[in-house]
Design a protein around this ligand. Sequence first.
Ligand code: FCB
Length: 452
Amino acid sequence: MGFSKDFAWGAATSSYQIEGAAEEGGKGTDIWDVFTKEPGRIAGGHTGDVACDHYHRFREDVAMMKEMGLKAYRFSVNWARVLPEGTGRVNEEGVRFYSDLIDALLEAGIEPYLTLYHWEMPYELYKRGGWMNPESVRWFGEYAKLAAERFSDRVRYFFTLNEPQCFVGLGYLRGEHAPGLKAPLRDVFEIAHNALKAHGYAVQMLRQYGKQPLVIGYAPTGSMCYPESEKEEDIEAARQMLFSIPENMDNWTWSVSWWSDPVILGEYPEEGMKQFEPYLPKITEKDMKLISEPIDIYGQNIYNGRCIRMGTDGRPEDTVRYEGFPKTAMSWPVTPECLYWGPKFLYERYRKPIYITENGMSCHDVVSVDGKVHDPNRIDFLARYLRELKKAAGEIEVGGYFQWSLMDNFEWASGYAERFGLIYVDYRTQKRIWKDSAYWYRDMIRTNGEEL
Ligand code: FCB
């Protein structure tokens, strides 16, 4: 029972959030480079220009991962670093950077998990319509082919898209993330459909050009649902709510089933097809076949969940959180149960080995008078969440867990104000300091979660 012997204990990051070197090494401009420069977009006017300077310090960072005993590391490639215009010309210097990173990881005994798209659309492609342009499917396929050709001799694990919910919802519907648009619903559904097709085409390219049998996954997000009690009707209510379609059209992108049913089951959920009907683009059988190109593992980013019970009217309903409910620095609720029920419900529906591709919390971390960073809240959070995941791992196939994040980094619209890392970064000096939770995580990995 509990975690398998080869469980992938990992940490995750993404390129724009840590690399810096925004205009170095032949990198092209991406949509976040542009978005962050627009006054008022990012808290404090912060940008990812320098971030954690990982581009120059990756060897030091890999050494820390090794010391922490990580078995796996999930990172993303910045599309514009390897293909500055998005298609065509390859930037060899950018390819070399990721290639060196991969070599360093393997040398340290750490399995690389490569994400293709963690939101860095090359600006040149955005100017041609980005995901709104049906050609984006081909563009993304070309990029996936390049990744397969250059990295898959050493990288076995690939994820296509990170959180389409976010990059489509926050980027194109609410305008809070790059590229900062508030597009009409009709366009947003088209964008979403193209992104899913791009995912499918990337899977095909990875398989076709992969230099070894690859393990390919997808990394969506979504708020999980868990039952108020162990009563069968509450469990059923949580299950139904998790896969239901949000009624509020400002929130529709936070759906789980709209983004995952097509990929795994080959169909958009019926309820959504009805509700969204006025906004949908033309959806063909051929599209659905492409979108559902078989993948091997199911990644899911999970941060929190909603507590659900069956209402007296026979419909699932949210329970009200008590006053003073635990929360993170970012005000996200602390709900460990989501790491048991989430994977279980997802596994029941999708039948693929589950990987928690992100989970973690932001804390008000400070360097204390003793020069250390004490983060008991994060240790408590991890212990509670991982205990739940351990329970799930005893019942269903859970392949790995990636802590978000290895180190503090650029938290999108919040800039550097939120600290999610196991490792503290002093942005003035780029000094890295292990937080107490990093030592805790190291010990937990050593014992494979035995003491949870
Ligand atoms: C997720 C993102 C990741 C990070 C965490 C806190 O939505 O995938 O980049 O910002 O949230």
